[in-house]
Ligand binder design. Structure first.
Ligand SMILES: [Fe+2]
Ligand SMILES: [Fe+2]
Length: 331
């Protein structure tokens, strides 16, 4: 029997020798999606996709290198809710965040009985298995990024979803509840069942912190970078991923590094360049892009004003599994 005969014999029985190398699963490639395209698609969806039939009106990023999704772990969509519309209440095991692109104090995400206003730049978490729905009570459309660990959860076979019995859940908590009980002076008698609490990180406060730190050294690879931490543990935003925001100062060029975690970015303010393995990804405000695992990358701000990137990084899951590795390019 020849080796090739054996390979064929094994293959017929859904077996394979270790010596018979086959291509692995597709690898995530860098890719950039233009805001102009996303917005145009979403605007048209606002005209032709009824909310009552779909429950959500989102345009999802599809990485051309993958059969589905933006990356193999974390995923971004952009959601549009028109005045008076409700995105109906449900919950799922995939943990989600909202990062508001166009908001209003009269638009809310309701999570576990608390309504969180959605103003531009706010980050709102809807952790694993928390009830959530959205309502736009303003006169203008609102839009936000939906970030989820859905690809990872689906791959691990742990995806569960449930609809709330009514279209909207009742609001049972006073406004500002989470920010009060999770402030620096906390109630002694309250215990929560959530290891990651639903929370709103207000842009006003985030931006003020970025500006306060502008004159400091900053992160060599990411400029003035903040992590949105879990208010209980001080650890990452959610068990599977960390939400982060970074300000690049005028003419700032960061050092290059690579890590086994995957990052998805949104250009929140201004325009600039991220160089990934020698390829220049020129981004403008609103664009979304992916930096895949173990790809050298650095950021450049060639403007005379600040630029801001929002990003989601899956390092928490990589570290939890002992798979995180990072390397800096020598200067
Ligand atoms: Fe959801
Ligand atoms: Fe990085």
């Amino acid at each position: 029997m020849e080796m090739s005969d054996l390979d064929r014999w094994l293959a017929q029985r859904y077996l394979k020798g270790h010596w018979d190398h086959q291509p692995g699963p597709p690898k995530v490639q860098p890719y950039l999606w233009r805001w102009a395209d996303i917005y145009e698609g979403l605007r048209s969806a606002g005209e032709v996709v009824p909310m009552d039939k779909t429950g959500r009106r989102t345009v999802q990023m599809r990485n051309p290198s993958l059969p589905a999704g933006m990356t193999h772990t974390i995923h971004l969509s952009v959601q549009l809710v028109k005045p008076g519309e409700i995105a109906r209440a449900h919950r799922h095991v995939a943990a989600a965040i909202r990062y508001v692109i166009k908001g209003s104090p009269k638009a809310w995400t309701i999570v576990e009985g608390e309504r969180f206003p959605m103003e531009e730049g706010d980050l709102i978490t809807t952790p694993n298995w928390t009830w959530h729905d959205h309502y736009n009570g303003s006169d203008e459309p609102v839009m936000w990024l939906d970030g989820l660990d859905a690809r990872l959860v689906a791959y691990l076979g742990a995806q569960f979803t449930e609809n709330f019995p009514q279209e909207q859940q009742p609001v049972e908590k006073p406004d500002g509840y989470a920010s009060k009980i999770l402030g620096t002076a906390r109630p002694t008698w309250m215990k929560t069942g959530f290891s990651s609490p639903p929370f709103r990180y207000r842009w006003e406060e985030t931006y003020a912190t970025l500006l306060t730190l502008k004159e400091s050294e900053g992160d060599p690879f990411d400029g003035i970078k903040l992590e949105y931490v879990n208010p209980f543990s001080g650890g990452p935003t959610l068990p599977t991923y960390s939400c982060e925001v970074q300000l690049l100062r005028p003419r700032e060029k960061t050092r290059s590094h690579r890590h086994t975690s995957t990052t998805v970015y949104q250009a929140f303010r201004g325009k600039g360049t991220t160089v990934v393995e020698g390829t220049r990804m020129e981004w403008e405000q609103g664009d979304l892009f992916v930096v895949p695992p173990w790809h050298w990358h650095h950021h450049e701000n060639s403007l005379d004003r600040d630029v801001i990137l929002f990003c989601i990084n899956d390092w928490p899951v990589m570290k939890a599994l002992g798979l995180y590795r990072e390397e800096a390019q020598s200067v």
